[in-house]
Structure formats: C-alpha cells, structure tokens
Design a protein around this ligand. Structure first.
Ligand code: Z57
Length: 832
C-alpha cells in the first residue's frame, strides 16, 4: 500500500535477497524443535506427553519447515512473476500429511532418529494422524496427486477449494448395514493449515439487478442482499527433491462484519447473532453423493462461494503487479476440475464487465483464453444442470450473463449450422424442459480453450456421445490427458520395502522424480534374487494387511492365499455385485467338491471395501450382501482357508495405503464405457498387484504398457455394449449366472425380501450393466488368475512387469502434458 508499481517490484526484489535457510534439520535441532512445540504449542510438559501429543509437536515442527519453504517459494514467484496456474476444485482428497511431507522434505531419517532418542517411534506417531477427506473419490484424489506433481515439478501453481468442517462421512457397519457418521476432522486442531485472518473477501448472494448510467453508458448493477466473508486457510504442498512448496488455499465461510444494523436497533440482538452465524453453514459439509447432482441451493452457494473468493484473490494478485487486463491471459491459467466450478466463467465476465468496465467482447476474448476444463464423467446424468429459478434467485446477475453468453453462442452457431434447430437446442446452454435449466457443461464448452478427457477411451466417448455436436464444431478444443497418480505417496510413502527394492535394483533414487526409469526393472524380471526380494516384500505387506483385517473383522486369513481386492466407491457401474456373485459361484463350487478336488483350489481372501452414497439404496444393499455372504462362507468348515470374504469398513486414503501394497490381485470391473479413467488401478499396478479388469478407461492403456498377457482382461468391449443391451445374455453364462442370482433370491444367505430388488436389477432384460452377459468371461479370467498364481515364479514375473510398466501412469506425466498442451506454464524453481 502507498507504493507504486515500480516500487512494489523493487521491494519484492530486495526481500528476496534476504532469503536464507532458517531451520536446521540435524537430529539435535529437530529434537529441540519438537520439545519446544510440546511445551509451548501443545502446552504439555516436555517431561510428560503421550503419543498423540508427540504427534502434534512433531507435526508442528514439520509445519515450520513447510512454512519456511512456502514463504521462499512465494517470494520467488513474486520476483519472477511467471504465468500461474490456478486449479479450481470443489474437492481435494489429501489423506494424511505427515509422512508425505517428511518424505518430500527429505528428512525422514533425521526425524526417526530424533524421535527414537526421545523414546518415540516415528511410525507409531504417524498412525495418530486422521485423514483430511475433503472429497468423495477418484476425482478428488486425482486433484491431490496432481498437487503433489505440480509442486515436485516446480510449477507456479495454486490449488483453490473449500475448507469443509465435515469431510466425507465415516462409514460404520452395524449388522452388515452401512451407517454414516459425521467426520468432524478439525476436532483436535489441524497443524497442516495456516489460518490467514487477514486474507478474506466478501462473497455476495441474492438481491436484484438494476440499470444505472455511468459515464453516459447504461450498465447493469447487481445489488446483493447477503454477504458472507471467505477466510483463507493455506495448506503448504511440498515438492519432492526441490525447495518449492506450493499452496492449496481453502476457503471457510465466516459471518460478514458488516453489521445488520436494523436488527440491532430493533433490539433483536440474539436473533441477529444467530442469523449471522448461519453464514458459516456454506462451508460446513461436503456433499457425499459422488456424481448425482441434486440441484440443491446450498451446493450452488458452495460453488460460487469458493469461486468468487478465489477469483478476487487471483485478480488482487494480478493487479499487484499489472494494471492492464490485456496481460491477464499471459499471467493466469484457470483450470476447472469437472463442471463444479464452471460458474467461474460467468463470474470472470461479471468482474471484467461490471467492475472493470471492459467491453463485453473484449472480456469474452480474455475469458476464452484463460479457461480450460477437465471432464471426469461419462454418463450424461452426471453433468450438472442448475434450475434457472435457483440460479436466478441466488445469483441474478450471473443468470443474465449466462443468457448473454448463450445468445452470442447461438448467433455464432446459426452462422455455421444454419437453421438446424435440433442441434442448436442440444448445444444451447439453456435446456428448455419441464424445469428450465443451465447446462454447466455447455457453458464450459462454449468458453474453454481446451476440454480434456481423462483417458484415451474416455475422450472417444465424449467425442462420439455426450459432446458430439461440440466436437464436430470445434475438434481442436478436445484433448485427453490420461490420469496418473503420484509415486511419492503410492510407492515411497505407502510401500517402503518396494521403494528400497526399486532403488537398489536401479542403482538410483532418481525414479522418484522421474518414474520412467522404473522401466529399468524389466531387465531383471526373471532374476531369482529379485524374485526372492519381491516375494518377501509382498509377504511383509500381506502380514500387515492380515493383522489389520483381523483387528477390524476378527477374520483370520492365511498368508498363502491370494489376496484379491476391490476397493472403490460402491456403484452399480463398478459392478461390485459381479464380484460378489463370482464369490458365491466359487463358494458353490467348493461346496460341491470332494477332498482331492479341493487340494487343487487356489485359496483366496476376497476383500471388498468402499462407501455408498447415503441415499443410494442399491449400493447399500450391495454392502449388506457382501456381509451376509462373508458371514456364511467364513464359518463354513467345508471351506476353511480356501475362501474368506472380508469387507473393510471406512475405506479412505490411509486405508488404501495399507491395503494396496498387500494385494496380489485387484479388480476393476466397470461395464466397458462407464469408467472415465480409474486411478485405483494405477496404484495397484505400481505396487505390483496384477489387474483383473474390463477393457475400460485407463485399463486399455495399461494393457498397452505392460502387455495384455500380463493382466487378466475380460468382458464386453465398448462397441459391443449397445448390441448386448438389446440382445441380452448368452446361454452358457446365463445358466451359471442364473444359479447364483437364484441363491440370493431364495434366501440362501438370508434377508430374502431385502435382496429381492437388488436381484431384480440384474434380471434378464433389465441388466443395464451387463453382469449376466459378462459373467462367463469374468469366471474365465478368474480361473486364469488362479492358474497363474499356482506358478509363483510366473506370478512374480508378471508382478515385476506390472511395476516396471507403471511409469506412464504417474501424475508427473499427466501434469507435464497439461502444462504444455493446456495451461502454457513453465517451471519456476526456487533456488537454494
Ligand atoms: C469422480 O470421482 C469421477 C468422475 C465424476 O464425474 C465424479 Br462427480 C466423481 C471419477 C471417475 O469416475 C474416474 O473414472 C476417474 O478416474 C476419476 O474421476 C478421476 O478422473
């Protein structure tokens, strides 16, 4: 303040000259820092504190180191003023921060030393941390992996989202039924965030739009009726092997400090306070419905709230060093994660036209240069449609702007398409129907310079189905970036034994930043020494998993069995039901065997985990079915160790970190054409689990990388699906399938009435997800997996080749593609 542009630039330069490394990372300094935090931050005596308090102190000492790098990075960004990427997402599924941060900072050994001298075990303390679960599933975890890659690759990027007080619900299982409990994750404080009370912006809602004359020009002016304050909470994201730490800025809603004078003067003091407090509800709770858009007012308010605050922040930062919006696209790239933040397009137009007084066409030109979007959905139902009445009431000016955008779009389209009214109405941002709606996807398509799919197959689906009309018009906008996951969390943090094996055999740790090198393992895929180490690694991880299973479910499992895992959100299209019906088939076979046949059976532990959206009845029945089958199978003396069925409750990021390394075979069963990409499969692949999968989403590309012979592919291909839906099930499959469905129907596992409607969903003629027609092929793939498992050398070789072929599926590769092809940003590496 008070300084002009030149002076501000000079100041930034000077401050940067003062940079130095403050905090020392030797064991003695770390110990002192931890004890200081015990004494003064946690306020416990340094002679008497428990594991949780030690975790808190430890976390605070890590936080100090994060803050130091965070400051230096941002000072450096400010000096260089590169084009920045702003990643807008309503969900980030970060999981735990401690181990990931310590590894990325490169000081794990020092911390472990420091703690053991204090009499604490680093790993035990790490287990004290709860998950940050501000997201539902794949989309949200992808955003978290991408933040890790953005930091590691030194990109000048910011994440923006919402700081929900309640993350995704905790799943508890009572008598085999899912119940939801609130996840009040902030109860014990959150050392990973920094509250920025001075970084706050008012966000407006409701009200009316009026006409005003300004400098002889008539303008539309929004007179809002409600104002809520957005306060920033910063979460530093450290890169691996770099000094850079970027920022994930999450907004919390607080009552605005503009007093509602009227209520005060009328004397209704208590009610005035109560009403102000309601503002906070905006950031209270994450919507737990993965992909079904309900058209709820609160959800729309959440979207606009975080978008508006983020844009005010971004524009303030831009104006700090620039005064001409022509330069905006050279400095700013905005990425919209799915359509959830797409109201940002209307908001940018509102700010540029109403507040910055740019011409409409100039403003639109700028908007079209800064936005890119990634679509994660396949099904048209997942695309958000906001009822006009709702939008008009909450954001009246934005509704006008969207009408205007649509008017321009329709004029442009008419010039190209002529009078093709069917097509025009399909492409319109406004959907005329019983309930008139805004199609948020069409708004994004009209504005964004790039529209990305998340796998090659997914982009094909978008081009030929959901967005066909737009693709024909603007083919150059459509791209895909196959998803990826970060090897830092999914190998280095979660599978330390594998991490050391890889580094040892490659003779370098460089793969942690450049995962392509992992292909170097191929050379040793048949080496008996590597096989021995590899099998030992699996065994250690299976032991950990077995212990966890026993503690949670009291089921004892044999380490010689194949650990077969399907963990992901419960959805009909992901076909957990196919898995369970396959298990019932296996059980039925074992029951009908004599002792000599049984000796040839490959023992299995079938593990399923995942949450069902609270209102998704079919998904909840699938969870219950899993439990009743487990109850019967697990105590059947005819079966013993040949088959165990386990449902792991409350699946989340940290559970995944435990389960994935201990998995022999993982299942990805979506009906072809329904999983946009899938990212769980990539984590399993990196950890050397073999994949049993349909030719869907990223599995197609995985097969190309590791060779189809190294996985178990099955089921209908995308282009066969429509005909199969018409035609129905083949005979052979249908007999076995009918038999297992009948067992459930007849109450073989109890709860006959309860499961009737579930069985109905897969009856001949109603079986939309084609469980019946894929069943025979599924069983064949399972049999192939059994045969491969018998030959442990072969299996280990396939496992090594899986890890070795996983390089492409690093989010580092994905992010580099985005940076080059969609965002136009370059690395900005902080020195020291
Ligand atoms: C979500 O997790 C995904 C798509 C959605 O439309 C919504 Br809403 C939530 C998932 C896809 O289902 C996965 O296939 C994909 O891998 C993931 O997003 C990340 O792109």
């Amino acid at each position: 303040a008070g300084l002009n542009l030149g002076e501000r630039k000079a100041k930034a330069e000077k401050m940067f000259g003062l940079m130095d490394v403050f905090l020392k990372n030797d064991a003695v300094s770390l110990q002192k820092d931890i004890l200081d935090h015990v004494e003064f931050t946690v306020a416990r005596s340094r002679f008497n504190f428990d594991d949780f308090e030690a975790y808190q102190a430890l976390a605070h000492s890590v936080r100090d180191r994060l803050i130091e790098r965070w400051h230096d990075t941002h000072q450096y960004f400010k000096k260089k003023d590169p084009k920045r990427l702003y990643f807008l997402s309503l969900e980030f599924l970060m999981g735990r921060s401690l181990t990931n941060s310590v590894i990325n900072l490169g000081i794990q050994d020092q911390y472990a030393d420091a703690l053991s001298q204090l009499g604490f075990d680093y790993e035990v303390l790490a287990e004290q941390e709860g998950d940050a679960a501000l997201g539902n599933g794949g989309l949200a975890r992808l955003a978290a992996c991408q933040m890790d890659s953005l930091a590691t690759l030194d990109y000048p990027a910011w994440g923006y989202g919402l700081r929900y007080q309640y993350g995704l619900f905790r799943q508890i299982i009572v008598d085999g039924f899912q119940h939801e409990q609130p996840d009040f994750w902030l109860n014990f404080g959150n050392p990973w965030e920094i509250e920025r009370v001075h970084v706050s912006y008012p966000v407006k809602f409701y009200g009316t739009v009026e006409e005003e004359v300004l400098n002889g020009k008539t303008c539309r002016v929004w007179i809002p009726a409600e104002s809520v304050e957005a306060v920033a909470y910063d979460n530093p994201i450290p890169g691996y092997g770099t000094r850079n730490a970027i920022n994930l800025r999450l907004w919390a809603a607080k009552p605005s400090d503009q007093y509602d004078m009227e209520s005060y003067t009328t004397g209704d003091y208590i009610n005035a306070i109560v009403n102000r407090q309601k503002a906070e509800t905006i950031s209270n709770v994450l919507y737990p419905d993965d992909r079904s858009y309900q058209g709820k007012e609160l959800r729309l308010k959440q979207q606009y709230f975080f978008v508006s605050a983020s844009l005010q922040d971004i524009i303030r930062r831009f104006k700090d060093l620039h005064n001409n919006f022509d330069e905006f696209p050279e400095k700013v790239a905005l990425q919209i994660n799915d359509t959830h933040p797409s109201i940002a397009i209307a908001e940018v137009m509102r700010v540029l036209v109403d507040e910055e007084h740019l011409d409409w066409s100039k403003a639109w030109g700028i908007a079209c240069k800064i936005f890119s979007v990634t679509i994660h959905a396949v099904q048209p139902e997942a695309l958000e449609k906001v009822p006009i009445d709702l939008l008009g009431s909450v954001l009246p000016r934005h509704l006008e702007i969207i009408y205007e955008i649509n008017y321009c779009l329709m004029e442009e389209l008419k010039k190209i398409l002529g009078q093709d009214y069917d097509k025009l109405s399909r492409m319109s941002i406004i959907e005329e129907g019983a309930v008139k709606c805004i199609r948020m996807a069409n708004l994004s398509l009209a504005c964004c310079h790039t529209v990305n799919g998340v796998s090659r197959l997914h982009l094909e689906t978008l081009k030929t189905r959901v967005f066909k009309d737009f693709y024909e018009l603007w083919p150059q906008k459509f791209q895909f970036k196959t998803n990826g996951v970060t090897q830092r969390r999914w190998i280095v943090v979660s599978n330390p034994s594998l991490c050391s094996i890889i580094s040892k055999w490659l003779g370098t740790e460089a793969w942690i930043r450049n995962v392509d090198l992992i292909a170097g393992l191929r050379e040793y895929a048949e080496d008996p020494d590597l096989h021995a180490e590899w099998k030992n690694m699996k065994k250690v991880n299976k032991m950990r998993l077995a212990e966890y299973i026993e503690t949670l479910t009291s089921v004892k499992v044999s380490l010689d069995a194949m650990f077969d895992v399907q963990i992901k959100r419960i959805h009909e299209y992901k076909r957990q039901l196919l898995n369970i019906l396959g298990i019932i088939h296996r059980y039925d076979c074992i029951k009908n065997m004599d002792e000599s046949d049984k000796r040839r059976v490959v023992p299995r532990v079938c593990i399923i985990g995942g949450k069902a959206a609270p209102g998704y009845e079919v998904a909840k029945k699938i969870i219950k079915l899993c439990h009743v089958v487990a109850d019967k199978v697990n105590i059947d003396p005819d079966v013993g160790d040949l088959l165990k069925v386990v449902f792991i409750p409350d699946y989340n990021v940290s559970v995944a970190e435990l389960v994935i390394p201990g998995t022999d075979l993982s299942q990805h069963l979506s009906t072809a054409g329904h999983e946009a990409s899938g990212t769980g499969c990539m984590k399993f692949l990196m950890n050397g689990s073999l994949l049993l999968a349909t030719a869907d989403g990223s599995a197609v590309e995985i097969a190309e990388e590791i060779g189809a012979a190294n996985m178990f592919l099955f089921g209908a291909k995308v282009d066969e699906v429509p005909a199969l839906r018409e035609k129905g099930t083949s005979l052979k499959g249908s007999l076995q399938f009918a038999r297992v469905v009948r067992m459930v129907r007849d109450g073989h596992f109890g709860f006959k009435d309860y499961f009737k409607s579930l069985c109905d969903t897969v009856e001949e003629g109603k079986d939309f997800y084609l469980l019946g027609s894929d069943f025979a092929s599924y069983l064949e793939a399972q049999a192939a997996a059994d045969r491969a498992f018998v030959d442990q050398e072969k299996w280990t070789q396939m496992s090594i080749l899986s890890t070795a072929g996983s390089g492409k599926f690093s989010s580092d590769r994905t992010i580099e593609e985005y940076a080059e092809q969609s965002w136009g940003i370059e690395p900005c590496k902080c020195p020291f």
